[in-house]
Design a protein. Structure first.
Length: 245
């Protein structure tokens, strides 16, 4: 996605008190810059979601992009789809995000249509789908709601359909966890964030972005009825899995 937005300075001034991280207008305005400078491998995961769309999206089916933010994944999927009769349902519960997403992705002649829906993805059901993306979204869903969401996604998938699950993960081995976090912070510093920005945002994300281990994700996907849950991408503590029905 083009980074034609402002630079992210959300956590650059010292704060007396750090409130919980929210996807409000201030974040939506700088989001492409923020996520690109914060998530190692973000551009690759988004672009490759388009490659997976070309391979796995079936004719006359729906694609759900859950937690679509400004629509970067939806755009990649739209560019990737090679079959007729599809629709992309791009869902987010942040009105600020959706408003800008709709502006950035106007309908295009002959392209797969994208419907923008403001909804809580834990309250939805899914139908006739061949591809679902949860690109860095499940990590914001309360732990106790994650299984039911994945079960509903699995139930709505057609045979051969896929879920792409991209997440920040934690590591069981404390030394590896420390190393991965250190490397992630080095990535942020290399992208121009200073130590104050890194530490204030880290506090804001506490108990909001809740990472789990790769093993936990894989076992939950299997419990939800997926036949396979395979790692296809990793950069430091950020991974992407492809789960197949
Ligand atoms: N319950 C919920 N229902 C709907 N949306 C939600 C919910 N909880 C959080 N969100 C939304 O999930 C998105 C997560 S960002 C996804 C990036 C995108 N996938 C991208 O490919 O650029 C990842 C990040 O910021 O690290 C935000 O827009 C939230 O409003
Ligand atoms: O910034 C971080 O530390 C993250 O883990 C990723 C992120 C990116 C954008 C919004 C919230 C979290």
């Amino acid at each position: 996605m083009k980074r034609n937005t402002e630079q992210d300075r959300v956590y650059s001034d010292p704060r007396e008190q750090i409130d919980k991280f929210v996807f409000d207008q201030q974040v939506a305005r700088v989001f492409p810059d923020m996520i690109g400078r914060s998530v190692p491998g973000y551009d690759s995961v988004i672009n490759l979601s388009g490659v997976l769309a070309a391979q796995y999206v079936q004719p006359d089916t729906l694609c759900y992009d859950l937690g679509c933010s400004l629509g970067a994944t939806s755009l990649a999927i739209r560019n990737g789809i090679r079959v007729p009769g599809c629709r992309i349902i791009a869902v987010d519960n942040s009105p600020a995000m959706l408003e800008q997403a709709a502006k950035r992705l106007p309908a295009a002649d002959g392209a797969t249509p994208i419907d923008f829906v403001c909804a809580d993805i834990t309250r939805m059901t899914f139908q006739n789908t061949s591809m679902v993306t949860l690109n860095f979204t499940l990590q914001f869903i309360p732990l106790e709601e994650r299984s039911a969401l994945l079960q509903r996604i699995q139930a709505g998938l057609r045979p051969g359909g896929i879920l792409i699950l991209s997440e920040k993960i934690r590591f069981e081995d404390p030394e590896e966890e420390q190393l991965q976090i250190e490397m992630h912070h080095a990535f942020k510093r290399a992208n121009g964030y200073n130590d104050l920005e890194i530490s204030q945002k880290r506090s804001a994300l506490e108990n909001v972005l809740i990472p789990e281990s790769l093993a936990r994700h894989q076992s939950r996907l299997k419990q939800a009825g997926f036949r396979r849950a395979d790692l296809w991408f990793q950069c430091f503590n950020f991974v992407s899995l492809v789960a197949r029905k």
